[in-house]
Design a protein around this ligand. Structure first.
Ligand code: IPM
Ligand code: MG
Length: 359
């Protein structure tokens, strides 16, 4: 297995080191080898090469089976023009790899109910929402310009762009609770009306999935009012960016949410949904769980190794059960641990199952 490792900036470096550690533990256990290759992206790449997405990084990614990415960005590069900011590197690599479907699962661990901002009765017996965000179209990639005192961005989508991510979302919904909600702004935006038409047509092939529509403003409210009504949410790039941050807080912290970005083949890009958090970078304070869970998603989606993916997820659950918490999910009577120690605990837990298995 060839894995490209892109730590990026800020806490990206710290959390990715933990994810790599856990991947090594799981590969030892199952006796497969992973060939890790590091690549530069974002501010780290700008500092060395002058651009946020060097060609060498594209090469390394395209010659890998899975890509594990931390986060990009920071105040140091905030004044650069848009096209050479760290974020342009992130958008660029997603585009280069053609990963149009970004899967962002929001799952609440029962022990973390207290960390969630919602009341216990709203959370019920837990939460499990999958946001499928279109990742390489819409406003983030449409024509943008600035002329004098005017500036604009464009939300543009073609039928094939909507089709491919919609099929993925239906397939995912079919394997889950069988409910898909298209979130859009079809009462105002023409691109949203096209989304509805296309999704409606594709629904004919997925009669076993219950399809509903919701305007994005209402969806933002419903996620807080009654998140349990959702199973799979399908939405365009910008709405998905916003709603996935919102959904992460339902699960206790932005530091808990992993993501997988998939295209036509098996090669995928795996990254925590949180950013580079410059305010806590380099202090061993970041929660590595989102990055570690992203590594689990890589094993599942790019390497078809469900067993190893489950092991990592179980190890995370177990460490939380045992009362260990990173700062972002800390609560009274729990044991607070730093980034590094959280990684060690999870890696050890992964290896532990092996001992039980052998006995
Ligand atoms: C995310 C991030 C990125 C995005 C930024 C850093 C460009 O917010 O992955 O959600 O908007 O996609
Ligand atoms: Mg975001």
């Amino acid at each position: 297995m060839r894995v490209a490792v892109i730590p990026g900036d800020g806490i990206g470096k710290e959390v990715i080191a933990q994810a790599v550690k856990v991947l090594k533990a799981v590969s030892n256990k199952y006796n497969f080898s992973i060939n890790f290759k590091e690549a530069l992206l974002g501010g780290a790449a700008i500092d060395v090469t002058g651009v946020p997405l060097p060609n060498e990084t594209i090469e390394i990614c395209k010659n890998s089976d899975g890509i594990l990415l931390g986060a990009v960005g920071g105040p140091k590069w905030d004044k650069l023009p848009g096209n050479i900011r760290p974020e342009a590197g992130l958008l660029g690599i997603r585009k280069e790899l053609g990963v149009f479907a970004n899967l962002r699962p929001a799952i609440l661990f029962s022990e973390l109910k207290v960390a969630s901002n919602l009341k216990e009765e709203v959370l019920g017996d837990g939460l499990n929402i999958m946001i499928v965000r279109e990742l390489i179209g819409g406003a983030y990639f449409g024509e943008k310009k600035r002329i004098g005192d005017k500036a604009w961005d464009t939300i543009a989508y073609s039928v094939p762009e909507i089709e491919r991510v919609t099929v993925k979302a239906f397939e995912i919904a079919r394997k889950r609770a069988g409910k898909l909600t298209l979130v859009d702004k079809a009462n105002v935006l023409e691109s949203s009306r096209l989304w509805r038409e296309v999704v409606n047509r594709i629904a004919e092939d997925f009669k076993d999935v219950q399809l509903s529509y919701m305007y994005v403003d209402n969806a933002a409210m419903q996620l807080i009012r009654d998140p349990k009504q959702f199973d799979v949410i399908l939405t365009e790039n910008m709405f998905g960016d916003i709603l996935s941050d919102e959904a992460s807080m339902l699960t206790g912290s932005l530091g808990m949410l992993p993501s997988a970005s998939l295209g036509e083949g098996n090669v995928g890009l795996y990254e925590p949904i949180h950013g580079s958090a410059p305010d806590i970078a380099g202090q061993d304070k970041a929660n590595p769980i989102a990055a570690i869970m992203s590594a689990a998603m890589m094993l599942r989606y790019s390497f078809n190794n469900e067993e190893a993916a489950n092991d990592i997820e179980k190890a995370v659950a177990r460490v939380i059960e045992r009362g260990y918490r990173s700062l972002d999910i800390m609560e009274a009577k729990m044991k607070v641990v730093g980034t590094e120690e959280m990684g060690n605990l999870i890696a050890n837990e992964v290896s532990k199952f092996q001992i039980f298995k052998k006995i």
